[in-house]
Design a protein around this ligand. Structure first.
Ligand code: ATP
Ligand code: MG
Length: 411
């Protein structure tokens, strides 16, 4: 059910902030609109999580008008207005021309009207405007009608728009997936014809879109479109999204998160996957968790369900949760995966990393010379503890004596 966007459907905090910003601008004779995702979400009956705004006010004027601003993309007309603890992105009406590096517009021409501004927006459903003071709704590209038809349509000629900015291809897949929209006739063909433009798009922009694809339901359809339009191989040369992987994406839980998405997307060839993570410029933490998830997956593959220490050591690894979800999607034994999850939950942080019964001072007292041997013994003791063969200080010392006796003079 598509409805006419209205202020009363916006949450109190967002509506209040948008109105305050609009009132301040109105005192200067300017009319500010809420635009893009927020208005689209209102039309779809979904609660917007943030609001973007647009008006004819120039970046300098916005900075003058509002006490707290951040010039996040001033050259392109974008200023962050910080108001009541919320950040609202304001972009001056634009009608840009030329994208010679396919990353950012060469030249930005500021515009005067919503009609003008709407022509530079990517899809008709993203070119909806709502005036927070008068509750007027403007739909210069007939985006509401497209939403009613569950159609994703480019503003203007799709081929030209995709060639202008290859990122729109990724956004096409994202919005079609997240909003359950079908690409308008000719759009997919235009995407295929212009897919080479994607190769030049800045990786951080692609990453941001991937992040959003995996942050919400609908990721599987987005990835499927990615495959259908042959986009994957453009962004990640050599990457093939075969049936099996698409099937796995379909079985991944909704909104699995970026790391889980990347682990599945790039899994398989470890070296190539690592290179792709680097090329995408993911954070160090993300890279490490995804790499760890891949190694957890190997361990999951040949886990003998009986050794408790092995299970606990797996359950506490940073990549375990990602690996568990990916493994589930790939058709690993569900019962085993659920058991591991339940065991992890029951153990809690203390159970996963119990304080050790055997300590360095015990090694010292037993006369073991300091060196790498200490680490080995402490590690083996922890394993025995996790396997519940060591259950107290006494049993730890017994274990150590037996171990040292076994090792003979080697210590
Ligand atoms: P979300 O709810 O996921 O934030 P959104 O529609 O608000 O979706 P944003 O990426 O936040 O998407 O962009 C805000 C608006 O800016 C879009 O609705 C669209 O009108 C415009 N826009 C963003 N990126 C592009 C682009 N590459 N080309 C043209 N217009 C764009
Ligand atoms: Mg947005």
């Amino acid at each position: 059910m598509i409805r006419r966007p209205a202020m009363q459907d916006l949450s109190g905090a967002l509506a209040g902030t948008a109105r305050e910003i609009a009132e301040r601008a109105a005192r200067r004779g300017a009319r500010i609109w809420i635009v893009g995702g927020a208005v689209r979400d209102l039309a779809l009956g979904r609660p917007p999580k943030d609001v973007d705004m647009a008006s004819a006010l120039l970046p300098d004027e916005i900075e003058e008008l509002f006490p707290q601003t951040i010039p996040v993309g001033k050259a392109f007309g974008t200023i962050l207005i910080v108001q009541d603890g919320l950040a609202v992105e304001h972009t001056t009406f634009r009608s840009e021309t030329g994208y010679s590096d396919r990353r950012r517009p060469d030249r930005v021409e500021f515009g005067h009207s919503v009609e003008e501004d709407s022509t530079r927006r990517d899809f008709t459903c993203n070119a909806l405007y709502l005036d927070p003071l008068r509750d007027d709704f403007a739909d210069p590209q007939r985006g509401l009608a497209d939403l009613e038809q569950a159609t994703l349509r480019c503003v203007g000629d799709p081929l030209a728009r995709f060639r202008e900015d290859g990122l729109r291809l990724v956004r096409m897949a994202r919005f079609a997936g997240a909003l359950g929209l079908e690409p308008a006739p000719g759009m997919l063909e235009a995407a295929i014809a212009s897919r080479a433009t994607l190769a030049g798009v800045a990786p951080e922009r692609v990453l941001r879109e991937l992040e959003r694809i995996f942050a919400r339901p609908g990721h599987a359809r987005a990835i499927e479109l990615f495959a259908r339009a042959g986009l994957a191989g453009q962004v990640f040369p050599g990457l093939v999204l075969g049936e099996e992987r698409l099937w796995a994406f379909d079985r991944l839980p909704d909104a699995p998160g970026l790391e889980c998405g990347l682990a599945l997307l790039f899994g398989g060839d470890r070296a190539a996957g690592e290179k792709r993570l680097e090329e995408l410029r993911v954070s160090r933490e993300t890279r490490q968790r995804v790499l760890d998830a891949w190694s957890c997956l190997d361990d999951l593959r040949d886990l003998d369900g009986t050794r408790r220490a092995r299970r606990v050591r797996l359950e506490r690894r940073p990549g375990f949760e990602i690996a568990r979800r990916v493994a589930g999607a790939k058709g690993f034994d569900r019962r085993l995966l659920d058991q591991l999850a339940a065991e992890k939950l029951a153990l809690g942080p203390e159970g996963l990393r119990p304080s050790p019964w055997l300590r360095s001072k015990d090694l010292e007292a037993a006369g073991v010379p300091k060196g790498p041997r200490w680490r080995e013994l402490l590690d083996a003791a922890e394993e025995a503890q996790l396997d519940q063969r060591i259950t107290s200080v006494e049993s730890a010392l017994d274990w150590l004596r037996a171990r040292l006796g076994q090792d003979g003079g080697n210590t």
